[in-house]
Design a protein around this ligand. Structure first.
Ligand code: NAD
Ligand code: MG
Length: 390
């Protein structure tokens, strides 16, 4: 029996994880579930999965959940405050930690899981992009294991030689759907609304990653994620547009072989893969029927129309502070776009201005420096956002 903590349980990845876990009550029990403030959804999850702990970052929401659980005679204990998620992620009673909080907010509990030597199922790409070597250092020092959940990275992991070796690997090729605006010109993109941007053609996901898919910053963050996870230099990482999202990514070998992982676009597949690794379990995902699809298309991305992809490449090549700065700027600009304070095309423009201003700063060497750099980049983005809104 393995005990799991799900950070970000009420989100898209969190819900999919509970769906898979719930199919295998003989293999998994839920130790803790965390969220920011969605007490109503967390209450339902607690009543079904009966975790030892439920965590809400926001105190008032936690008080509501505590009262509702007590009323129903639940034995789940409710914790709150900024560090409670890190406590349950590092607790000795948990074996697996699903890191599925969106954004920099997920860094602290994910680092706590790393230092405590947990098996981390990593969905929260922003954590590894912003903390890079600091995150990998915590994984090493804590003796933790990281299994990728991001569908592309999970696909690559499945296609690499067993045991994390790199023998004969020439390149890693990440596939990208191109998002809802794949064929839009820049003028059309300037006018798109948040509703259009979050309506992804193939995947149902949280709002932030949906906007990132529309700008293709998501693929840029994934290039940086792949660099850190698989220790691959920038010139051996490529992106190809594949609108059907059936091929989830590929590994090229020196002999001309290309291995790919295919499947219907449903995150329960990579989640089940990581939960059972190195075994396999049912995920609830229907089998892919290639004859029904008929065709798979591939094309090169257009960095002219998707400047965020170019910015991420630049940040990856520059290294040091650049990935953390770009990630922080992007979290701020995506929020501003979702709140209708800036246009869609302002996201890349402001991200670039912040990267130009701070990207050459010294690489952060510990968690405190990562958080300080993140805060500086957010402040810089805040100034640019205020100018844009004025
Ligand atoms: P989501 O917005 O649906 O859910 C986010 C979860 O994090 C929620 O449970 C929310 O309560 C919690 N949360 C948000 N802010 C928080 C804060 N400040 N403190 C504590 N908890 C907070 O997001 P999602 O789509 O599930 O994505 C989660 C992560 O997984 C992201 O990093 C995303 O890039 C990555 N990811 C998602 C998908 C997908 O299909 N959804 C695919 C690949 C990678
Ligand atoms: Mg992905």
């Amino acid at each position: 029996m393995q005990r799991i903590t799900i950070l970000g349980a009420t989100g898209s990845i969190g819900e999919s994880t509970l769906d898979v876990v719930g199919r295998h009550p003989d293999r998994f029990s839920v130790f803790a579930l965390t969220a920011r403030r969605s007490h109503a959804r967390l209450l339902e999850q607690c009543l079904v999965h009966e975790p030892a702990y439920a965590v809400l970052a926001e105190r008032d929401a936690a008080a509501t959940l505590r009262a509702s659980l007590a009323e129903r005679g639940s034995r789940t204990e409710v914790l709150d405050g900024p560090h409670a998620a890190a406590e349950v992620a590092a607790a000795s009673e948990t074996d697996l930690v699903m890191a599925a909080i969106v954004g920099a907010a997920g860094l602290e509990p994910t680092l706590a899981a790393a230092r405590a030597g947990k098996t981390i199922l990593l969905a929260n790409k922003e954590a590894i992009v912003m903390a890079g070597q600091v995150f990998l250092g915590a994984v090493r020092d804590g003796g933790a294991t990281v299994l990728p959940i991001d569908s592309e990275h999970n696909a690559v992991f499945q296609c690499l030689p067993a045991g994390g070796r790199r023998d004969g690997v020439r390149r890693i090729v990440l596939t990208a759907s191109g998002g809802p605006f794949r064929s839009f010109d820049v003028a059309r993109m300037a006018a798109v609304t948040p509703e259009q941007a979050v309506a992804h053609p193939n995947w149902s996901m949280g709002r932030k990653i949906s906007v990132d898919s529309a700008t293709m910053m998501n693929k840029g963050l994934e290039l940086i994620e792949a660099h850190f996870l698989f220790d691959m230099p920038a010139d051996r990482l490529d992106v190809v547009i594949h609108p059907q999202s059936i091929v989830h990514s590929m590994v090229e070998y020196v002999d001309g072989s290309i291995l790919a992982q295919l499947g219907n676009p449903d995150m329960r597949t990579p989640i089940a893969h990581a939960l059972a690794f190195p075994g396999r379990i049912d995920s609830g995902v229907s089998m892919l029927d290639l004859a029904t699809h008929g065709r798979l298309d591939f094309e090169r991305p257009d960095p002219g129309r998707f400047p965020c992809l170019r910015l991420a490449r630049e940040a990856l090549s520059a290294g040091a502070a650049a990935p953390c700065v770009l990630n922080a700027a992007n979290e701020m600009t995506v929020d501003a776009f979702l709140e209708r304070r800036i246009r869609f095309t302002d996201i890349a423009r402001i991200n670039e201005a912040v990267l130009d201003a701070l990207g050459a700063a010294r690489a952060p060497s510990d968690t405190a420096e990562v958080l300080a750099l993140d805060a500086r980049a957010r402040e810089c983005a805040g100034v640019r956002l205020a100018e844009a809104a004025a």
